[in-house]
Design a protein around this ligand. Structure first.
Ligand SMILES: [Zn+2]
Length: 146
């Protein structure tokens, strides 16, 4: 299975696993430059129900192993569950911090075999070039490593 198919199938699988009621569509979009993936909120014109578009850059996801793609999808779905796609009142650093934390908790609960790797990977962000992520994940790293 190629990575695109894997990403889309895994999105569907995790969407079910987390019992998210709104529709979520994973779609390849290589215009995404700084992100591997992101999630946006839309409203169906006819029914006014919520739906979400999870866009991913297929060039970027190719660099990541499957365990990490699961973590990335959890992170995006965490933004949805936490209401970050509709509510922009809390700071971007805080949103990233909270989404990543929930993603780690879900990884621990549903994929405990990947949890240690996800926690260790946070350390790489201490030197990350994008300030928002560097701050959010460094804060988490300190929490998890003391
Ligand atoms: Zn995020």
């Amino acid at each position: 299975m190629n990575k695109e198919k894997y990403f889309e199938n895994t999105t569907e699988k995790l969407h079910k696993l987390l019992k998210i009621h709104s529709d979520v569509f994973a779609k390849q979009d290589n215009r995404l430059k700084n992100n591997i993936a992101n999630i946006q909120h839309y409203i169906y014109k006819d029914t006014k129900e919520d739906c979400y578009l999870l866009r991913y850059n297929s060039n970027n996801i190719k660099k990541y192993p499957k365990w990490q793609l699961i973590h990335i999808i959890f992170h995006e779905l965490a933004h949805l569950v936490l209401g970050h796609c509709k509510d922009f009142c809390i700071s971007k650093v805080d949103r990233e911090y909270r989404a990543e934390k929930l993603s780690l908790l879900w990884t621990k609960q549903y994929y405990p075999e990947y949890y240690r790797r996800s926690i260790n990977y946070l350390g790489k962000y201490k030197t990350y070039r994008i300030k928002i992520y560097r701050e959010a994940y460094t804060k988490l790293w300190k929490e998890f490593h003391g």
